[in-house]
Write a new protein. Structure first.
Length: 403
C-alpha cells in the first residue's frame, strides 16, 4: 500500500470564542481560506494540486453549513477544480479529516489532499444545530443521555479523580502552554490572521491564562453540579446507568475544562510522487489511524479503547510511543488516559492543551496532529500518538512517525 506522508501543517491562533474575541468578525469560511492559502503558498501548490479538501466542522448550520469545505476552496486562492468535503465526527472532525485523507492516499485515490477543520464557536454556538442525540427523547432516554460535563464528572467519580488533581492538571497545562509560546515552539505552524490591509488581527493564542494557580481555580464553582443535582437532574439519569455509584462527584469547572474558542488548522498530506513533483520533503508518515464507538453516557473515555485498538492494529505497544497528544476536553479525560496506560505525564501534552489554549471543535484534531509533529521534531523523537474523546461516545486516534 502507498505511504501517506505529512508535508506541512499549519493552524491559526485560537481566539476567545465570544463577541469580544479577536477573531469574532472573521467568518468560518474566511478563516478556513486563510489556512488553505497558507498551505498553498508555503508549498508552491498550483492548479489541481490536491485531489480534495476534507474539512471538519461540528456545528454545520448557517455560515458553517452548506458544505463549508467547498465554499472555503472557492473563497481561497486554490484552483476551482479542487472540490471540498465537509465532515462531522464531533470533536474529532479535524482528525477524521486527516485520517480519511491519509487513507485515501494509501488506497491510491489521489496523490494529495488538504485536510483539517474549523470552528467559530463565538459566531456559531455549540449545540445550535439541535443534535438529535440530545433533543430527541426516543434516543436520549433510551441511551441515558447526559451533557458532556456530567460525563466528565462521571469519569472522575468512576476512576477516583479529585478536584485537586484536576486543578493541578489545569495549572500545568497553562504553565506548559506559556513555556511553549515563550520558547517559540509553535513558530513553525502558527500563522497570523490578518485583515484586508495585511495587518495582523491575531498572531498569538488568546485564551491562555498563564497566571492560573490552585488558589484561583479553587475559588471556582463546579460548573455541572446544578444541572446534575437540581434541574434537570442529570445525575439521576447517570445513576440509573451506573447504580454502583452512590453519587456523582462534580469536579469540573471553566478552569479545568477546555476553552470555547475560534480557530482553524490544516494538514497537507500526499504520497511520495506528490513530494517529488513539488520538491517537498515529507516530515512524517501516517502509520495508523482508527475510530471506535464507546459507552454514550460516560461518553468521553474514547481515547482509551481507541488507543488500545490502534496499537493492536499497528502491532505496537504503548512503550513504542515517544509522545502523546490527548485532547484536554476535560481534565478527567487526560487523567483516565494516563491511568489506563500508566504513561509518564511528562510525555503527554508537552506544550499544554485545550484547557490552556482552547478547543475549536472542528479544528482540534488537526491542531494536535500538527503540534505532535512539531514536538517530535523539536525533541528529536520518532513516534507520536494523538487521540481525542468524542461526543455521543466515540474515540479516534492517529499514529505518526518521522521520516
Amino acid at each position: 500500500m502507498t505511504e501517506a506522508y505529512i508535508y506541512d501543517a499549519v493552524r491559526t491562533p485560537r481566539g476567545k470564542g465570544r463577541k469580544d474575541g479577536s477573531l469574532h468578525e472573521v467568518t468560518s469560511v474566511r478563516l478556513s481560506a486563510t489556512v488553505l492559502n497558507s498551505l498553498k503558498d508555503r508549498n508552491g501548490l498550483d492548479g489541481h494540486a490536491v485531489e480534495d479538501v476534507i474539512w471538519g466542522n461540528v456545528t454545520q448550520v448557517k455560515e458553517q453549513g452548506g458544505c463549508l469545505a467547498r465554499t472555503a476552496v472557492l473563497a481561497s486562492d486554490l484552483h476551482e477544480s479542487i472540490p471540498g468535503l465537509a465532515i462531522n465526527r464531533f470533536c474529532a472532525s479535524g482528525m477524521e479529516a486527516v485520517n480519511l485523507a491519509a487513507n485515501q492516499v494509501k488506497g491510491g485515490a489521489g496523490d494529495a489532499y488538504i485536510a483539517g477543520g474549523v470552528e467559530m464557536m463565538g459566531r456559531i454556538p455549540m449545540g445550535s444545530d439541535g443534535a438529535a442525540v440530545a433533543v430527541d427523547p426516543t434516543v436520549a432516554m433510551e441511551r441515558y443521555f447526559v451533557p458532556q460535563g456530567i460525563s466528565a464528572d462521571i469519569i472522575a467519580t468512576e476512576y477516583g479523580f479529585t478536584r485537586d488533581q484536576a486543578d493541578a492538571l489545569a495549572v500545568e497545562s497553562q504553565r506548559r502552554a506559556k513555556a511553549a509560546w515563550d520558547d517559540n515552539r509553535f513558530a513553525k505552524s502558527v500563522i497570523s490572521v490578518n485583515d484586508i490591509n495585511g495587518l495582523p488581527i491575531l498572531a498569538h493564542d488568546e485564551y491562555m491564562r498563564p497566571g492560573t494557580d490552585m488558589q484561583s481555580l479553587g475559588a471556582l464553582k463546579a460548573s455541572f453540579e446544578e444541572m446534575g443535582k437540581v434541574m434537570p437532574g442529570f445525575d439521576k439519569i447517570a445513576l440509573m446507568k451506573y447504580p454502583h455509584l452512590e453519587e456523582i462527584n462534580h469536579i469540573h469547572h471553566a478552569g479545568n475544562s477546555s476553552g470555547i474558542v475560534d480557530g482553524s488548522a490544516g494538514v497537507l498530506i500526499g504520497n511520495k510522487e506528490f513530494g517529488i513533483k513539488y520538491g517537498l520533503k515529507p516530515r512524517a508518515r501516517i502509520r495508523q489511524t482508527c475510530k471506535i464507538g464507546t459507552d454514550p453516557t460516560i461518553m468521553l473515555t474514547g481515547p482509551v479503547p481507541a488507543t488500545q485498538k490502534i496499537l493492536a492494529d499497528s502491532g505496537m505497544a504503548i512503550s513504542d510511543i515517544d509522545l502523546f497528544e490527548v485532547n484536554e476536553a476535560f481534565a478527567s479525560v487526560v487523567m483516565r488516559f494516563q491511568q489506563a496506560f500508566d504513561v509518564d505525564p511528562e510525555l503527554v501534552n508537552v506544550n499544554g492543551g485545550s484547557i490552556a489554549m482552547g478547543h475549536p471543535l472542528g479544528a482540534t484534531g488537526a491542531i494536535i496532529i500538527g503540534t505532535l509533529l512539531d514536538e517530535l521534531e523539536r525533541s528529536d523523537k520518532e513516534v507520536g500518538l494523538a487521540t481525542l474523546c468524542i461526543a455521543s461516545g466515540m474515540g479516534a486516534a492517529t499514529i505518526i512517525e518521522r521520516v
